[in-house]
Structure formats: structure tokens, C-alpha cells
Write a protein that binds this ligand. Structure first.
Ligand code: B12
Ligand code: SF4
Ligand code: SF4
Length: 340
């Protein structure tokens, strides 16, 4: 069986090959992004910038990038929770098993087959690798970077997770794919925090995904009301994309949502201690941010709920051992009393 056929059997629904020497424009824009400070506190983006901008700096023998996309299309409306302030909204990619874990072994298997078929060396990466996965996916023909900056696929809309294999083999390229955003600007208009300052550009400092997942410490106060009940990541710009009409529900069982993470009650989440947090989020990407950062987000969502019946869930957090959680709880209490 060819490596492509096996990759399909393993659940990769979008597969393509890109040459590694075409990232110069993307690398320049990455430089601008970092120079403008739009990477916020993600210092690792700056530290690894040369490797990101050119995979051959990461691995001089690299000639082609094999990009594989896994469909994680949601069942129903990804934004359904936003109208129910007493529940927390966890973004679609985090409602199921961590995709790094789901993909890792499978990427290694495909890489082994590429090495077998070509006789050339391979290296495997999922997300944590210093690579520009979206520009590579565009060059490999999986889709194009939409105005929300994520890769959009004609077949799966915004809902593809990406993995990359580098190979020393010069494989025939499958892309690039054409930009099909046209005059649309739905994603730009949908962003709750105006984190997309211009088409195809993002400012992570304002992005709810950054603020709720990557950002340590207190979330800037002016942005807190705009978070609503988004407690881990954000899908607003992805979900409004018209190309999602071609999207399908995830077929991979491990990327099906866990029912308890679909619409969890904020009151229950605010009561989580370390052990409870680790048990609830075992195997989920949410686990990575730890109980304190997560409960900080939950406290802000309670503050935004306008629901006075949630005040008792905040009270124990006022004395939380983590000062960031305690401060978020004070802010939330104040906001609830103001709204009353
Ligand atoms: C850092 C990072 C983030 C940051 C920054 C987001 C971003 N858009 O870069 C934060 C924490 C905000 C984030 C959020 C999310 N992420 Co993220 N993230 C990454 C990561 C690790 C690196 C991306 C990167 O290099 N960014 C730097 C910018 C400069 O790169 P870029 O977006 O490709 O930039 C291009 C354009 O935007 C434009 N551009 C950018 N700035 C500027 C400035 C100017 C002046 C100009 C002209 C152009 C321009 O040119 C660039 C090059 O072509 C990748 C994994 C990887 N290794 O690639 C995952 C990745 C991009 N994330 C992913 C996902 C799923 C998400 C979320 C949907 C999660 C969620 N639900 O909360 C959100 C989506 C937010 C959004 N609208 O992008 C997926 C995207 C899959 C896809 N279909 O595209 C990836 C690929 C992970 C994966 N392996 O699947 N993420
Ligand atoms: S993920 Fe949310 S906050 Fe970030 S750019 Fe998209 S809509 Fe805006
Ligand atoms: S919502 Fe519109 S502008 Fe944004 S990525 Fe989709 S097609 Fe492009």
C-alpha cells in the first residue's frame, strides 16, 4: 500500500506535498508579525524565527514537506453555547482527545512508509515543531490561509488540524491552492475582540484563544467583558466561514466530543481543585494550561454571565491560593454587582 493510501486509512482526510523552499514571503510576514509584537508573550516564536521561516534551517537535508490534515468538524453549531451564559464554552478542538496524541503515532507510521518508498530520511512534527504549518499546507494544496489566518479547505471548511512530515526526498508538489475568500469578510466582523486588524493578519494580544490558553497572569481588564463565556480557545472566526457548508462531522472517533465537555456548568468548573481538574481533562488539550489558569477563565466567564445565582461559586475563589484566580474572582463579583 502506498504511503498516501495508508495515510487516508489512518484518518488523514487532506494530504499534500509542498517544496520546502517557497516560504520566503511567509517568513517575511512572520518577521513583521513578531516586530509588531503581535506574538504577545509567546517568546518562543521569536526565538525560533529562523527555523520557522525556512525548514532547511531546522533540517538542512529537507526537500519536501508532506502536510496531513485531520477533519475535526463539529456536530451542529460550534457557537451554540455562546447564548447560554451559565455554561462555559470550550473550543471545538479541545472537546475531545488531544490531537497531538491522536496524530503522533499515525504521522510516524506514514513517515516510515515515505522513507520505505523513497529511501530518503524523514522527520515528523505536530504543532510543537518550529514550522509554519499553515503556509506549508497552502503550498501543498490543502487549502488557503483565509482572512482569519487559518487554513480553509474546500472540502472541510475551517476544521482541519495539521501535521507535517519533512523528507529529504524531492516529491512532486500538489499545490499551491488558490485563495477563495473573495470579498467575504465575515470572520473579521465576527471577532469579538477585533483581533484581526486587517485581512490575513492576527494580533494574538487581543485573540481570545491566546488570552485563555497561552497567556499567564491576569487577562487585561478591558478585554475581559469581551470574552463572554469562552473559557478555553475561541472558534468565532472559524465558525462563521461560508466554506463550512462543505464541512463534515469528524469521522475519527477520538475527535468526537466528550459529552461532559460540550456545555459544562460554570458553577461545577469553578469548584475544581487540582485533582478534579486533572481527572476531568485527562487526555484533553485543556489539561496543559493547569487548574489555576483555567479557573481564572471560568471566574471571568461568571463575571460576564449576568447571573447572580453564580455568586456563591465565586465566593470560595476570593481566597484562592493563586492570586490571579483570586483577583479574577474579585473582578467577577464586582461586575456581577454592577450589572445588578
Ligand atoms: C502561534 C499559534 C497560535 C497563536 C497565533 C495564531 C496565528 N494565527 O498565528 C494563537 C494562540 C492566537 C492561536 C490560536 C488558534 N490556533 Co493556533 N497555532 C499557532 C502555531 C503554533 C504557530 C502559527 C504561526 O506561525 N503564527 C505566526 C503567524 C505570523 O503565521 P501565519 O498565521 O501563518 O501568518 C500568515 C498570515 O497571517 C500573514 N500575516 C501575519 N501577520 C501579518 C502581518 C502583515 C503586515 C501581513 C501583510 C501579513 C501577515 O502572513 C503570514 C504568512 O503567510 C500553529 C502551529 C504551527 N506550528 O504552525 C497553530 C495553529 C495555527 N493553530 C491552530 C488552531 C486550530 C488554532 C485555533 C483555532 C484554536 C482555538 N479554537 O482557539 C485558534 C485560531 C485563531 C486564529 N484566528 O488564528 C491550527 C490551525 C489549523 C488550520 N486549519 O489552519 C494550527 C496549524 C495547529 C495545528 N497543527 O493544527 N494559535
Ligand atoms: S479566535 Fe476568536 S478572538 Fe481569535 S481571531 Fe478568531 S474570533 Fe477573534
Ligand atoms: S469567513 Fe470569509 S473571509 Fe473569512 S476565511 Fe472564510 S471565506 Fe475567507
Amino acid at each position: 500500500m502506498s504511503w498516501r493510501d495508508r495515510a487516508r486509512d489512518l484518518g488523514f482526510s487532506a494530504i499534500g506535498v509542498a517544496p520546502v523552499d517557497r516560504l520566503s514571503d511567509a517568513g517575511l510576514r512572520l518577521r513583521i508579525f513578531v516586530d509588531l509584537g503581535r506574538h504577545a508573550s509567546m517568546a518562543w516564536m521569536e526565538e525560533t524565527i529562523h527555523r520557522r521561516a525556512d525548514p532547511r534551517v531546522l533540517w538542512p537535508e529537507a526537500r519536501s514537506a508532506v502536510v496531513l490534515g485531520m477533519n475535526y468538524g463539529p456536530e451542529g453549531d460550534a457557537l451554540a453555547n455562546l447564548g447560554t451564559p451559565a455554561v462555559g464554552n470550550i473550543s471545538v478542538y479541545a472537546r475531545h482527545r488531544d490531537y497531538h496524541e491522536v496524530m503522533k503515532g499515525r504521522l510516524k507510521e506514514v513517515a516510515g512508509l515515505i522513507a520505505r518508498d523513497t529511501g530518503a530520511d524523514v522527520k515528523v512534527f505536530v504543532d510543537t515543531a518550529p514550522l509554519m504549518e499553515k503556509p506549508l499546507a497552502g503550498l501543498a494544496g490543502l487549502g488557503w490561509q483565509g482572512k482569519h489566518t487559518n487554513l480553509v479547505s474546500r472540502d472541510f471548511g475551517s476544521w482541519l488540524l495539521l501535521g507535517v512530515i519533512l523528507t529529504a526526498a524531492e516529491l512532486p508538489a500538489d499545490g499551491p491552492a488558490a485563495d477563495r475568500c473573495g470579498a467575504c469578510r465575515r470572520c473579521l466582523d465576527a471577532c469579538p475582540t477585533a483581533a484581526l486588524p486587517a485581512p490575513y493578519q492576527i494580533d494574538a494580544r487581543r485573540c481570545i484563544s491566546y488570552l485563555t490558553i497561552e497567556h499567564a497572569g491576569p487577562i487585561p481588564e478591558d478585554l475581559r467583558p469581551l470574552l463572554g463565556n469562552r473559557i478555553y480557545g475561541c472558534d468565532d472566526c472559524l465558525a462563521v466561514c461560508p466554506w463550512n457548508k462543505f464541512a463534515r462531522e469528524a469521522a475519527e472517533m477520538k475527535l468526537k466530543p466528550r459529552p461532559e465537555l460540550m456545555a459544562p456548568s460554570l458553577a461545577d468548573l469553578a469548584a475544581l481543585d487540582d485533582a478534579g481538574f486533572r481527572a476531568l481533562f485527562a487526555g484533553s488539550p485543556v489539561k496543559r494550561i493547569g487548574r489555576d489558569r483555567f479557573v481564572r477563565n471560568v471566574a471571568i466567564a461568571i463575571g460576564n454571565s449576568g447571573d447572580p445565582s453564580l455568586v456563591p461559586s465565586l465566593t470560595p475563589l476570593l481566597d484562592d491560593a493563586d492570586p490571579v484566580v483570586a483577583e479574577a474572582a474579585r473582578w467577577a463579583l464586582h461586575r456581577l454587582s454592577e450589572r445588578r
